[in-house]
Design a protein around this ligand. Structure first.
Ligand code: ZN
Length: 82
């Protein structure tokens, strides 16, 4: 089992053992932050769930996480860009 978030690559801190990254990734686990901000937002975009757009969304999310954007800004950009 992976010890790191599959999106932002931060190591999990107990008791955070990672959340299910579906529908953005089939494998691995993501941290609570990425789950609440990114995965939940993606779940609101059903037209992209499991579609060929998923890698694009994941790439967009990673760049936002690495840029340390605020959660609300991330959600807005994610909704606008996909
Ligand atoms: Zn994460």
């Amino acid at each position: 089992m992976s010890e790191k978030c599959c999106f932002c690559e931060k190591p999990f801190v107990k008791p955070d053992f990672g959340c299910n990254p579906y529908p953005l990734a089939d494998a691995g686990r993501c941290c609570n932050f990425c789950d609440s901000v990114l995965v939940n937002t993606a779940r609101l975009l059903p037209q992209f769930v499991g579609s060929s757009q998923s890698p694009k969304i994941v790439g967009l999310m990673k760049s936002m996480v690495w840029a340390h954007k605020e959660a609300e800004k991330m959600k807005k950009e994610l909704m606008q860009n996909v």
